[in-house]
Structures are given as C-alpha cells and as structure tokens.
Design a protein around this ligand. Sequence first.
Ligand code: 26W
Length: 816
Amino acid sequence: MGVKFDKDEFKKSVADNLKVLYRKTVDEADKQQIFQAVSYSVKDIIMDRWLATQKTYEKEDVRTVVYMSMEFLMGRALGNNMINLTVYKDIKEALDEMGLDLNVIEDQEPDAALGNGGLGRLAACFLDSLATLGYPAYGCGIRYRYGMFKQQIKDGYQIEVPDNWLKDGNPFEIKRPEYSYEVKFGGYVRCYKDEDGRDKFVQEDYRSVIAVPYDMPVVGYGNNVVNTLIIWDAEPVNTFNLESFNKGDYHKAIEQENLAKNIVEVLYPNDNHYAGKELRLKQQYFFVSASIQRAIAKYKKTNSDIRKFHEKYVFQLNDTHPTVTVAELMRILMDEEGLNWEEAWEVTTHCCAYTNHTIMAEALEKWPIELFSRLLPRVYQIVEEINRRFVEELKVKYPGNQDKIRKMAVIYDGQVKMANLAIVAGFSVNGVAKLHTEILEKQELKDFYEMFPEKFNNKTNGITQRRFLLHGNPLLADWITGKIGDDWITDLSHLSRLKVYVDDEKCQREFMQIKYQNKLRLAKYIKENNGVEVDPRSVFDVQVKRLHEYKRQLLNILHVMYLYNQLKANPDLDIPAQTFIFGAKAAAGYKIAKLINNVADVINNDPAIKGRLKVVFIENYRVSNAEIIFAAADVSEQISTASKEASGTGNMKFMLNGALTLGTMDGANVEIVQEVGEDNAVIFGLTSDEVIRYENEGGYDPMEIFNNDQDVRTVLMQLINGEYCRENPEMFRDIYNSLLHNDGGRRADTYFILKDFRAYADAHRKMLDKYKDEKGWAKSAMLNVACAGKFSSDRTIEEYVRDIWKLDKVKVEVSD
Ligand code: 26W
C-alpha cells in the first residue's frame, strides 16, 4: 500500500519548486528555500491521497469524530509526513544525491507549537493514530499567529520571545476561504413570535468576525489515508466594513477589525492554570462556533434530517476548553435549524463527549456570569435553561440536599462552571489514566459519578511510535525492525517479541551502543545550543515537561544540591558520573528555572567535582528537540506529587526509548510499572491515598523534617545563604519559605517535597546501583522498550472508537 516513489521525479520536483517559488537553482537557494521546496514536493505526494480520502468519506457518508481542542502541539510536519508516506529513506537518498542533507533541511522548519504541553501533544498523537488506523476524523483548533513562546535563558532567567511560526509561510497548510463562517459576539437577544406563534431569538447589535479555515494534512502511516486538522483564522467582516462605515458607524468597523486581529493573536501559555481572561472565552467560542457550523453544513450536504445529526457526528471535547460546544450546538439546532428544546437536547447529548485532563483545582474553568452573558447573550440563555432543568432534576432526585445543588449546578455563585456543563450535556466523561479516572470517580466528580455512573470511563493516554521512535530514534527503530520486523510501526504490541533478546549479551551490547550514539547526538546538541560540555558516558537523568509546582522540578534540583554536598564531603564516593538534564517552559514569573540555572552554574564550574556531576537546562524545550532528548535518556524523572499528574505522556516516550522510570505512583506511571515490572523501574514516595489523606487533614509538618534531617536542613539553608546566588542571597527566600511556612491559605510544602525527599534520595541510590550492573541495566532498558506496547496512542484510539465514537474503518484506494 506504500507510495510508489520515483527518485528522479522527486529530484526534478524539488528543482522545479525552487524555480517556481524563488527563481533559483539548487546551488543558489538558501536552506529555508530548500525546506520550502522539499515540503511542496512532499505535499504533492500527499495531495492525491488527501483528495481520495475526503472523496471516500463523502461517498461512504461516514460517521466522523471531530476532535475539538484549543491546542494541537504538532511539532514539525516535514519529517513526520515523509515517515508516514513511507518515503523517508527514499527522499533522504534523493536529497543526498542532490548534495542536500535531510537533517539540515528538517531543522529549517519551525515547530507548530499550538499547544502548551501534554494536552496539546496528546491531541497531535491522536490525529496521527486516527489517520493511521483509517478512521474518519478531523481536528478543529485555532490558527494562532503566535504559538507557544520561544524560551531564552538570560542570566539564569527565562525570557519569553514571540513565536512567529508563520513568518516564512507554512508550506503544508491550505487556506479554504470558501468554507468561512460568521461568528457573533455581544449585543442583545431580541425575542419575537413567528407566524406559527413560536418564540424566535435573534442576536442584535453584535460584533462579528469571519472564521476562515486553514487545512493541514494529517497523513496516516502507509495506508493512503490523509485526514485534516482545521485551524481557524479570524478576518474582519469586511476589510473596511462598508455598511457600518456608510451608516457612520466608524467605531464599530474599527472594533470588528480589532476583534478579528486579537482573537487569534496568541496561544495562552498557561498550563493547568485558569486565568479567566475575556479574550480566552472569545477564542473558545470563536473556534467552537465555526467548527459546528462547518460540521452542520457538511452534514446537510448528504443528509436531510437534522434530528439524526448525532448518527454522523461526535464531538470529543479536549478538556473543558471547548465546552461551549454544548450550548452553541443547542443554539444552532433550535434558532437556525428549527428544532424544539427536547429535539435539540436529544441530538446534543448524543453528540458531545468530554475528556478531563487534570484534577488541579486552579485549572477549573469558571466564567463569571457577567462576562459570559455579555459576550454570548444567546448562548448564555441556553446555558441558563440547561441549568434550570438540571437543577429541577437534582431537586427531585435529592430533595432538600442544597449541598448537592451547590456542587453540581452548572451555574452557581455567579459563575458558569464548564466542567459541570460538559458532564451534564455529554454522554461520556473520561479520565486519562486508570488512577486518574478512579480519583475522578471517588473524589473530584463523585457526585456526578453517583448520578451518571454509565457516563464514566477510562482511556489511558498513549503516544505515537511513528514520531517518538521511528522518526526520533532511527537507530533503535532500525535495530528493532532487524530483530522483529516492522509490524510494531502500526501495532506496538509486537514489541513484546523483543523479550526473547533481553538476556542475549550481544543484543544488550548493540542496544547500549545505540543508546550511547543517541547520547552523543544529544551531547552535541547541548554543546551547540547551550555551550555546555557533557560526558556521554555519564548517566543521563532527564526531567523534561512544563515547569509546575506539582511536577516537582524543585525536588529534583534540591536532590542535585544534596548530591553535590555529598560529593564535596566525600570525593571518593563510588557512584557513576551523572548528568541531570532539565527542559521546561514556565508560566512567566516562576522562579525555579533561575534556581536550576544557578545550581548548574556553580556545579558545572567546580573543578573539585571532576565532571562527575553536571546540570543542564536545555533552552526552549519543544517537540522537535524532545525527540532527541527521549532517545538519549537513561533515567526518566516522573516525580509529581501522587494524585496530581493525571497521566503524563513523556513518561511513555522515555519508556519507549529504553529509559528507566524513577517516579511516584502517579498517573500512568502506575500502569508503566505494571507493564514493565517493579524491578525495571524505581518507585518512591507517598501514594495518592496518603497524599489525599494528608490534604484532608490540613497538611503535615515540614519543620519536623527540617529539624531532624541534617542533609535536608543543609540544602534548605543553601537556598538562603547565598551559596547559589552570591550577589543576592535573598534570591530564593520565597522557595525556602514555601517549603517551611504556611502563608495565608497556602500550606507549607503544598506538594510534599520534604516529605518525599528521603525516599527520593534512596530511589536515586537504587537507580545508580542498577546502573553499575551493566548487563542488568541493559536488560531492564530493553524490557522497558519491550513492554511499552500498551502505550501507543493507537491502542488508546481503538478504545475511544470502541467505547465512545463507534466509527468504522475506511479503506482508501489511490492510483499513483
Ligand atoms: C485553562 C487553563 C488550562 C490549560 C491547560 C487548564 C488545563 C490545561 C490542561 C488540562 C493541562 C494539561 O496539559 N494536562 C495534561 O494532560 C495530559 C494529557 O492528558 C496528561 O498526560 C497530563 O498529566 C496533564 O497534566
């Protein structure tokens, strides 16, 4: 089913593109131009498949899932598209012959960083799996002008630099203005009776924008399927709104122009933190309304009865961010399609399914009624009615129980609660790992679970092996294929066939040699990008993920400080050399990055340590360098406070690349250990039950640890004695205080860092003991790969399809 590849034709195509796009020959073109030309040549291969796929969907009038997400963290497209077209090596060869280096070309592409972290990257992995498995699906999101900020480190601080990812043009996207829709904001609702005496509602005196879609291809692996990611751009209703202008409404014209510009300007760089910004609600409604209008228009092309809309479309809501989908769908079905409430509710509640990605309280989206109703007057009326009916139901079911109503109502205390809306109107509510779903059912969403147990289900996250092994780690990918064939590329459970090799010493050596090569590659990257020299023979101990208190990068760096003290006190300590690698973007103002960088500065420049300890903060961690980092890791740090990390997906990427997990029993770590066995990971620390118990008891007393554990005490004192900041010893006072003292409503050491410290230090010791046993380590690392099968997003998607989406697979035929 692969693509028939003609090398000479491809070379000619690249040369032609350079000519047509830039009037240049291959020798004259610069790297960016070459990247563009090669991308257009690859797009050319995609195009016939894209056309054929969409034709097939239309002809077979398939049931479709629409993955609704504010974030799609796609990363680079060129390499991935070549991989999935199964022409990567062919193209590499063709370019070689033209004197061009594919790696250099790939490096010209900016990451499509339309997401913050786990949630956005999960959406991208899901699209890859849906296309590869041949399911009719498309993603809907926003074409942010500026994606996730680029991070520079200056003087140890994070500097946020705008990510102008579209500056050189995006060769893979296609603008489709013919499918544009108007989206209205503000004004008021006029109610009148139509000829039949029915109530009609129209929004008047509104401001509006035109939502213009751009399609991005999502190529399935080796199966001719090309699905679509639709990202919406906003354009002013009329470049210079003539109508308003003529009426003298100059102000309104300018307002609408600004609205369009602002709405898609930038991705909010908040992860797990709700800020309540009006513009964010505008973004949400903007892409939701456009996406639903598009789905309904598509549906009506081939179907006549809108009452059966839910038979052909299901909307998966990626967290609460797109939850206004529920009310917008109701509005369109009633106000534009003429259904009554009951009919519209029947359709809506069979269309919408909600995924929860976090139990962090500060991430819960609650919009003030004032803001919500002012921005979306008609949608608000509908939310009010949903709430009124639901509260009636609650009163019948739980008479006199005000407490239930307070907690479960969609509107309460002046706020619209988006999670409650999603649960009430959705037919499915899922968590993203077994433990996470259990916590939702038993704690966070207990009342809802009791009322609607049938809606709740678990879907443990997964990752795509096409990007994070086949593309990111070609050496290991080839080695695996050499051993067990290439079925693993589309069925990761095949990796278990590697188990027969884990005791074979030759295989162990080959495997570790590949790891070493990947460590060399990362060392080179670090040298070139960060100017730090690291020893590829040292243990690469890596924590890469968003910087967040609950993820506890602080625990990691405090432990590094402790290790450094140990090595200073005992220079003969018999432990392998270690490199601690961090990579993370922080919400603006978070101090830990500065601490990590200062610690790195001190340790890396201390000759007494003889290079046995190094600390690196990799600047601008993102999808493209993540691929290099995972491939090179020995130890995977997954150390969140138990119960806080819903799933984690980086943990799976490390495992797939043969790193051992050092982690807490949190999120999907639990399932990772279950798959690989307790001997091939190191687990430490409080369990989620223990954490939750302490939280309910109002915390614990970190002072006791501070007073009794001399090592911890020393490390904490070093936060405030200038050891890591000569010029300002007060620099890390806040961190010190947060660990030891209650502050207003905030408990000391909210995330149990000191409580888990000893166990963490012991876990590290245990890990190093394992590392010293070379064969044992090789075996464990190989077993991690061999047991990673469950964590393919292909498996996750099959479960979504089976339990929630009920889609049929499609076959796409293409004549090359
Ligand atoms: C409204 C602000 C905001 C922004 C982003 C709130 C919440 C979020 C996301 C839910 C944060 C996120 O990315 N969550 C992560 O989702 C991953 C995919 O399911 C999980 O693997 C991570 O554990 C979870 O933190």
